[in-house]
Ligand binder design. Sequence first.
Ligand code: S3P
Length: 167
Amino acid sequence: MTPSTTDKIYLVGFMGSGKTTVARALGRRLGWRVIDLDEEIERREGRTISQVFAEHGETYFRKVEREVLLAFLPARHAIVATGGGTFIQAANRADILADGVTVWLDAAFHHIVDRVPSDGRRPLAADREAFAALFEERRAVYRLAHMRLDAQGRVEALVERLLHKLG
Ligand code: S3P
């Protein structure tokens, strides 16, 4: 599938793959707006994601996540840093793929483990065995993105590689 527009970029990938950092750097480079879905969810809910999970559960979180995604569909000249689970939901995935160029930031699991503490800030990272299984399971879905970008290396170099791929 090819996206209908090239004035919007979605970054998808597992927790700790660098979506937010790359989105900010890319936003500065292109002069585009950066939308971080996790931040927008926290703003809307007035509490942290771990509080949303703890108080309302994952099903509620996914509902809010979808609503926030839909609210930003009209935004153009924008980079969207999704949450690790956003693209996994089939309805979200269809909307994302149709709305902009979707880039999978593919990071190795050992880098992810270093970057994502099991301190409860990311509810799905607390159980390390389940976390590893989720990583494997989700790769098959992230692969459906329009492009794959190796997430290793300095953010500036990564942004240059991405811009080169985008042409
Ligand atoms: C999640 C990833 C998190 C956040 C929530 C659920 C997931 O975002 O949306 O904890 O299902 O992978 P990051 O990928 O930005 O950590």
